[in-house]
Design a protein around this ligand. Structure first.
Ligand code: SAM
Length: 300
């Protein structure tokens, strides 16, 4: 069974009497606009004994902004198990530790997951100090459906792997969001244009910064809209709208259903598979699958 944190309401995290709690604070930092550093993040960075940062020089700018003189230590994707052990040992010795990344929320396409997992395994409380993330900033303003979305990190760099991934994302009945390098954006838009020329996309660059820009439309429209060299620079988020529902014929649907029924798949799962593979409405797929299962059971 899991353990429950007992914290509620307004918190005074760091006022816990020493020795009673070990806490790793996972602190979100701005994604380009220093005003997005929250008061709670700044206070945490001032009050902890150690800040773990991807790039300690970069962290110093942020700490100065927060009025913090806290020592920093490097923590990144290549940190070893031994380094994680020493961090847990420091926590166990009563040190208060915060984890930040270069920008945004740690663990979101950034280092942190292995440390957070180990901390939980070793009985350390892990306390999020929420704030900016390019993912949530993007979704809040993109105008794409947010009831269901998939965040898929960075697209693979090699063309074949990228196209395979894009095929999956373009078939999905929910919004897909990826981070993209400005160097690859043009090629990625070309690949989407080939696979799904009508699909509505939203591309955001330089969120929260002076040159923040949203481009909307098909891949071709967006590629044409990015006219200046500046547009192909900066930090980029790409959002793909859900695949439109399409009307597969009854015959096509029934062929899929027969194959899935033969494999022992339930009506509910068949509906999910057909919704994502064929883009048919879930209700229609479910009702046809149910009828096929009833017919099979009747014949048995
Ligand atoms: N942890 C971060 C977060 O919470 O958003 C993401 C870190 S990831 C290594 C960096 C990528 O996030 C960039 O290459 C870009 O795709 C996206 N990103 C970060 N800041 C951004 C911004 N201000 N505008 C647009 N995209 C941004």
């Amino acid at each position: 069974p899991g353990t429950a944190d007992r914290r509620t309401g307004a918190r005074s995290d760091l006022k816990t009497p020493s020795g009673t709690a070990m806490t790793l604070f996972v602190v979100a930092t701005p994604i380009g606009n220093l005003e997005d550093l929250t008061e709670r993040a700044a206070r945490t960075l001032r009050e902890v004994d150690l800040v773990l940062a991807e790039d300690t020089r970069h962290a110093r700018t942020l700490l100065t902004r927060a009025g913090a003189t806290t020592p920093t230590r490097s923590y990144h994707d290549h940190s070893t198990d031994h380094e994680r052990d020493t961090i847990i040992a420091a926590l166990a010795a009563g040190q208060r530790v915060a984890l930040i990344s270069d920008a945004g929320t740690p663990c979101i396409a950034d280092p942190g997951f292995k440390l957070v997992r180990l901390a939980r395994q070793r009985g350390v409380d892990v306390c999020p100090i929420p704030g900016a993330s390019a993912l949530t900033a993007f979704l809040s303003a993109a105008g794409l459906p947010t009831d269901r979305f998939l965040f898929d990190g960075f697209l693979p760099q090699k063309a074949a792997a990228r196209d395979k991934r894009l095929t999956e994302l373009l078939a999905a009945p929910w919004t897909s969001v990826v981070y993209e390098s400005p160097r690859r954006l043009e090629e990625t838009l070309a690949a989407i244009n080939t696979a799904a020329p009508d699909r509505h996309l939203v591309v955001a660059r330089e969120l929260t910064k002076v040159h923040e820009t949203f481009y909307t439309g098909t891949a071709a429209v967006i590629a044409n809209a990015i006219t200046d060299a500046q547009g192909w620079r900066g930090e980029i988020v790409v959002g793909i709208s859900p695949a439109p529902e399409r009307d597969a014929s009854d015959d096509e649907l029934d062929a899929w259903i027969a194959a899935l029924v033969a494999e022992g798949v339930s009506a509910r799962s068949i509906a999910s598979v057909l919704q994502s593979r064929l883009g048919v409405p879930r209700k229609r797929a479910y009702e046809r699958a149910l009828a096929a299962l009833e017919q099979r059971d009747g014949e048995a």
